[in-house]
Design a protein around this ligand. Structure first.
Ligand SMILES: Nc1nc2c(ncn2[C@@H]2O[C@H](COP(=O)(O)OP(=O)(O)OP(=O)(O)O)[C@@H](O)[C@H]2O)c(=O)[nH]1
Ligand SMILES: Nc1nc2c(ncn2[C@@H]2O[C@H](COP(=O)(O)OP(=O)(O)OP(=O)(O)O)[C@@H](O)[C@H]2O)c(=O)[nH]1
Ligand SMILES: [Mg+2]
Ligand SMILES: [Mg+2]
Lengths: 281, 291
């Protein structure tokens, strides 16, 4: 038998809904389906098999290949291959996704490897943002470089980096205020922060509970500022995982870590088995 | 744009007296796509379009409406039946009226507490505010800074108290008889964090809120239903506030949460400032939901 257009069109909705129900953004789900279509159309297969199973296997294969690419890079290796100490890591993302908490977790990881870490608070806007990072610093025994509310976020980051150079820190982790990817002024501010600091690595933090908005957030942050890697948070909230597929399909950027809770230890390296078990399993 | 395709599908049926199965299914499919793009839970989307189809096929349209106007009316009716058919207003029935805010991590609770404090103080109420969030670093600082800019709002500082029981009892004691409305912030939590769900149950038991708002982030995806259901199974939810509607997300999670809890939408968060709170309006919300 072979898969003809009519058969494919009849069955594709089932696959599309499967992806969407698992939180893959609609646009990406449609794109994935059309790629599978061009691969499978007129391909011959065993009479004893069902067409829908051929489609499902092809989808599974696509997802595994895609996610394997996202899982293959190592954050620490990338850091040392792209710069020299003090490395600077800029954290960006939408409001409330978990940037500040993730920075604290990564600081904990760095410290446990023996790195001298400096935290920098370039969120000079949101209520309690500076106190929040200071408290993390105190709990972790890591210094926090900060100015007052209303200070220029780019200046905080730049001066923190200069301070890190003189004091011989290994890495500076820079927090920024959460922002709407469609706020022109805030995205312009972020471009300036990026230009002034010129970080070794930019990390986009995304909420694994988010739906279609993951598509728009990743696109706008990539187009306006760019990012080198992604960290997904709140994976412990019984998420479907489709958000990871959305970003991996859009950009060949690594998913460095997954946030799996609110404690400092709750940050794990992205491993494809996680997705295979929750989503494809 | 989704609303263009939906409009076109509806246009195709507008001049007909009788609408065939194919055209109706076309319209329903466009609605499904619009709602899925808006992040409404897929199961709810299909339940909804099945109900719309059934009503269209069994009910007699009022003769003053065209076929097109009638199908639009059914779609609108079925959506607002879940979300709220009119501006939902919270009636302050006693004094002090205690309002608790709950929700997932980062959904916008603390910011929304400050927005509600501003909203009610503008209406002339004397407002008291405190936080039971003993988990998040500087949670109390955040609420303190947000409310410091609001007149007629009394903020109770609970920074050094780590016992939720004591925080509630001491704060309620400190809020004098002149306070009309008490707003209480809680820590973020999700359905897998069982000890936090128990804490929320305990907070409800001691505080005895007169009304509880579930704050939902407009960007939430398919898990909105399950998460809202877990909150609903733990405490009594009176209403829903959907935050971060000033972005690209259309807030379908609100529909899923309303379905799971039976609660209606009361307010929409449209920015980070304390003034960025709008009252729910069925027409604008449904219009936005459908694209
Ligand atoms: N369960 C869970 N909660 C998380 C995770 N990561 C962050 N959080 C929680 O999410 C909430 C928001 O975290 P923040 O670190 O303040 O988020 P943010 O992106 O810095 O927020 P803004 O600076 O306001 O944009 C906090 O309650 C965190 O504890 C995670 O992996 N799992
Ligand atoms: N643009 C926009 N941002 C919002 C809105 N509501 C809240 N935020 C932002 O979202 C982020 C998280 O808000 P919080 O009030 O800290 O959220 P929370 O639910 O209290 O977080 P946890 O206590 O950690 O669970 C902050 O950056 C807020 O400024 C809104 O309506 N629009
Ligand atoms: Mg932050
Ligand atoms: Mg809070």
């Amino acid at each position: 038998k072979e898969i003809d257009l009519k058969t494919f069109e009849e069955l594709k909705d089932e696959l599309l809904l499967f992806l969407v129900e698992n939180d893959v953004s609609y646009e990406v789900a449609e794109d994935i389906i059309s790629r599978i279509r061009s691969k499978l159309l007129h391909v011959k297969y065993d009479r004893s098999l069902e067409a829908i199973d051929i489609l499902k296997d092809s989808l599974k294969e696509y997802i595994i290949d895609l996610m394997s690419i996202s899982a293959q890079r190592d954050y620490f290796a990338d850091l040392s291959s792209r710069g020299s100490p003090p490395y600077s890591v800029l954290f960006i993302g939408f409001n409330g996704v978990g940037k500040t908490t993730t920075i604290a977790k990564l600081a904990y990881l760095h410290k446990n490897r023996g790195d001298r870490v400096l935290l920098a608070c370039s969120d000079t806007y949101r209520a309690g943002a500076i106190e929040q990072l200071i408290e993390h610093g105190e709990r972790l025994g890591i210094p926090v470089f900060k100015y007052e509310y209303g200070a220029d976020p780019a200046a905080v980051g730049y001066d923190a980096l200069k301070y890190a150079e003189t004091k011989k820190y290994d890495v500076v982790l820079i927090d920024t205020a959460g922002r709407m990817h469609v706020d022109v002024n805030l995205m312009e501010e972020l471009r300036k922060i990026n230009r002034v600091i010129n970080p070794t690595i930019k990390i986009l933090v995304l909420d694994a509970l988010a739906g279609n908005d993951v598509y728009y957030q990743s696109k706008m942050f990539m187009e306006k500022v760019g990012f080198d890697g992604v960290i997904f948070t709140k994976i412990d909230a019984d998420v479907k995982g489709g958000a990871l597929i959305t970003v991996s399909h859009l950009y060949r950027k690594p998913i460095y870590f997954l946030g799996v809770g609110q404690r400092y230890e709750d940050l794990v390296k992205f491993d494809i088995n996680y997705l295979v078990n929750t989503l494809i399993g | 744009e989704i609303s263009e395709r939906l409009k076109k599908a509806i246009e195709r049926i507008k001049n007909r007296v009788y609408i065939d199965e194919k055209s109706l299914n076309e319209v329903l499919r466009e609605i499904q796509k619009a709602l899925i793009l808006a992040d409404v839970n897929v199961k709810i989307v299909f339940e909804l379009t099945n109900r719309i189809k059934e009503r269209f096929e069994t009910e007699k349209p009022p003769h003053e409406l065209t076929i097109k106007e009638y199908i639009i009316k059914i779609i609108f009716d079925e959506l607002v039946k879940i979300l709220g058919e009119e501006k939902n207003e919270l009636i302050i029935t006693k004094k002090p009226f205690k309002i608790m805010l709950i929700g997932l991590e980062g959904s916008g609770k603390t910011t929304t507490v400050a927005k509600l404090a501003y909203y009610y103080s503008q209406k002339g109420y004397k407002v008291g505010v405190f936080s039971t969030d003993i988990h998040r670093p500087a949670a109390i600082d955040q609420l303190e800074q947000l409310t410091s800019q609001i007149k007629n709002v009394l903020f109770i500082d609970t920074k050094n108290e780590k016992n939720v029981n004591k925080i509630i009892i001491n704060s309620l004691n400190k809020l004098n008889k002149k306070i009309d409305i008490i707003l209480v912030d809680t820590a973020g939590r999700h359905k897998e964090e069982k000890s936090l769900l128990n804490e929320m149950k305990l907070i409800e038991k001691i505080l005895k809120p007169d009304f509880t708002f579930l704050v939902i982030d407009a960007t939430i995806g398919q898990k909105a239903y399950d998460q809202a259901k877990a909150f609903h199974d733990t405490v009594k939810i009176g209403g829903i506030i959907i935050s971060k509607m000033d972005g690209t997300a259309r807030g379908g999670g609100a529909l899923s949460a309303a379905t799971a809890t039976g609660a209606k939408i009361y307010f929409i968060g449209t920015g980070e400032k304390i003034r960025d709170l709008e009252e729910y309006d069925p027409y604008s919300f449904v219009g936005r939901l459908l694209g």
